[in-house]
Structures are given as C-alpha cells and as structure tokens.
Design a protein around this ligand. Structure first.
Ligand code: ADP
Ligand code: MG
Length: 348
C-alpha cells in the first residue's frame, strides 16, 4: 500500500515535568522530557523511534494520545488539532489513535476476562451492540488467540498471548494509528518475531500507521520505513531506514548502531568496534549547545583528543535538524564521520 504523507503531524512538541529534587525537598526542578519534537507520519507507514532509556520516547507516545497534556506544541491527526480537545473529544479521538504497551500484563486488568477487556472500548464509545460479541471473537481469532478462551483471565495466558490481547484491545475501535511502546521488549526472541509478523500483517490488511518505539535497533530496522533517533528529548537524526542504518550522520546514531549485531557478519560494518559513550546525560540539567557534546567522541576527535575538549561551536550552539545531501535530517555541527573530515579530504 502506498504511503500517503501527513496523516499525523507533530510540531515542536514539548513536555516539561516538575520533579521533586529529593524525597524530603519542596524544591521542584524541571525535567525536559520532550524538548521540541517535530515529525510526520504517513498512512500505512511505520516510523521507528529509538533512543536510550530516559530519552523521552514513552513521554512522546503518551503526548500523542493525550494521555498527558503537552507543555507546548501541536499534534494534528488528519489536520485536526488534538492538543486542545476537551476530555469528551479526547475519548472520541481514541477511536483513531491507540497505544500498545510494553507490559501487557501491567496494562490488562487482572480481574477482568478478555471478553470484558475487549468489550470495554466499544462500551465507552457507546458502539456496543449484541453483535459486538462476534467482533470480539473475530478480533481474537485475527490476532492468533482462541476465541473460546474469551472468558479467561490475563494470568491464564503466556506473555506473547497477553501482548496479542493488548493488540486486540487496541484494534477494537478500528484505529488509524497505533503507538507501540516497546511492544516486544519483554518477550523472548522467538515470540518477538511472531508478534512483529502479526503487526506487519495487520498493517498491510488495514493500512495502519505505526509509531514503533524501541531501544532495540535490530527490531526497529526490521519494521520501520523511517527512523527517528531521540536524545534527551530531541530528534537528533531522522531518515529512511536504509540511510539511517547504512550511512548514519549523527555520532549518537553511529554509537547506537555500533552496538547492534550486523545482519551480515562478514560485512565491513560488522567488524566495526563498539563505540562506548557512557551514560545518558540529565534531562534536568541539559548541557549547553549540543546536548550530546559531553559524550561526543567525534567532537573530541575534532578537537584533537584532549580530555573534555570539543569544538567551541558544539558547546555554544544548539544544532538544528537540517537536510543532508545523502537524504534524511541531522542535528549536528559536524554531521559526517570523522574519517571523511580528515585533512586529506579537503573540500573543493
Ligand atoms: P524513555 O521512554 O525513552 O525511557 P521517558 O519518556 O520514560 O523515556 O522519560 C523521559 C524523561 O522524563 C526521563 O528523564 C524520566 O525520568 C522523565 N519522566 C518521565 N515521566 C515523568 C513524570 N511523570 N514525572 C517526572 N519525570 C518524568
Ligand atoms: Mg519508555
């Protein structure tokens, strides 16, 4: 199915939490969880969203569904602004955009049967009819569950089956967009593949659009048309899948990819060393200039390798996302790997 652009448009979205400084402190400090994010999603498209734990992926997902309110910015679905909807309008909007969580056990009510859980969205939306039981059976069947198990409780299912229940629940209202927050991260590798194949088949059949959040870059490569890399609340690189994985421009992307096993172990890229960049920085005290500069091996190499030294521009100026000649967008003052910036390769 051809991708129609701009089904969903996110513009300069921000979320700042007020977090307590300490257990007994009254001081609050700002956590810049999502700090000016823009992207679009087309019909039938999968946008992968990657970044280390704490980079703001879940917050971004929750903002898109209005599970939490943004501090600033805009989310539009088919041109309709979602950030200013009333609570009743938000409920109605949920028939178009739904979320699937990492831990289906945590998001399923242990006291409710699967039939009750799947009926709930229809009841909340006032679209429940006696024929809806048949829909529940059909949906269970489609996601690979035995409809005869509809009266069972979550604990009677395996982890993979519970994720199928989570997907079935998200599908009950026929949404256009699914935000999948680490949907396979808690599952064994063999089960991961089954769930991913199910999601791909559902996407083809129904023209669904996915925002697929994961910290596992190998999984994201498998499912995504385009990929956005998030670092401390900002997109630092966004490109189509093959450009991002084959020719990453941002040092953070390069470092993340260096830790991913290459699909072809004999390829030159498979023998690249893992680039160690240490721990993620703090979302409460964002570094000046480029927020990645304290961890940036490329900036250090450019500054001659002295401890802590980086080019001044990296400490002073926040880089903005800019189009690359190779395709995609990158927010970096030196958006090419250092080897192509060596003195021998002077530009003409
Ligand atoms: P990810 O999903 O990429 O791991 P999150 O969106 O969960 O990242 O978190 C991004 C940042 O926002 C983290 O620093 C996290 O501690 C902080 N954060 C998330 N939710 C809250 C909250 N409700 N209150 C305060 N800080 C939060
Ligand atoms: Mg998360």
């Amino acid at each position: 199915m051809a991708i129609v652009p701009d089904l969903l448009q996110v513009k300069d979205l921000r979320k700042t939490f007020a977090a307590k400084r300490g257990l007994f402190s009254r001081n609050r400090r700002a956590v810049h969880a999502v700090d000016g994010v823009s992207f679009s999603l087309g019909t039938g498209e999968t946008l992968g969203l990657v970044g280390e734990s704490g980079s703001g992926k879940s917050t971004l997902g929750r903002l898109m569904l209005r599970l939490i309110d943004p501090t600033a910015g805009s989310v539009q679905l088919e041109g309709r602004e979602l950030t200013t909807l009333s609570p009743a309008q938000v409920r109605a909007m949920r028939s178009d955009i739904q979320m699937v969580f990492q831990d289906p056990y945590g998001s399923l009510d242990p006291r409710k049967t699967i039939a009750t859980t799947l009926a709930e969205p229809l009841k909340v939306h006032g679209t429940w009819t006696p024929e809806s039981s048949a829909r529940i059976r059909e949906t269970m069947l489609r996601v690979g569950l035995n409809p005869d198990h509809a009266e069972r409780y979550p604990h009677q299912f395996s982890g993979g089956q519970r994720q199928r229940i989570g997907i079935a629940r998200a599908l009950m209202l026929n949404p256009k967009v699914l935000v999948l927050d680490e949907p396979v991260s808690a599952l064994d590798v063999s089960i991961q593949a089954q769930i991913i194949n199910l999601l791909k088949a559902l996407q083809r059949e129904r023209g669904l659009s996915y925002v697929f959040i994961a910290h596992d870059l190998a999984v994201v490569r498998h499912v995504s048309d385009r990929v956005a890399v998030l670092y401390l609340g900002k997109i630092v690189e966004l490109a189509d899948r093959d450009t991002l994985y084959g020719n990453p421009a941002h040092p953070y992307t390069e470092a993340l990819l260096s830790a991913v096993p290459h699909p072809d172990p004999d390829a030159a890229q498979a023998r690249r060393p893992i680039i160690a960049i240490g721990e993620i920085g703090s979302a409460t005290q964002l570094p000046s200039g480029c927020r990645f500069h304290p961890r940036c091996f490329r900036a250090r190499a450019l500054a001659g390798g002295a401890p802590g030294a980086v080019p001044e521009v990296c400490q002073r100026e926040e880089p903005v996302l800019q189009a690359r000649p190779a395709g995609g967008f990158v927010a970096c003052h030196f958006p090419e790997p250092v080897r192509s910036l060596s003195p021998d390769s002077t530009e003409h």
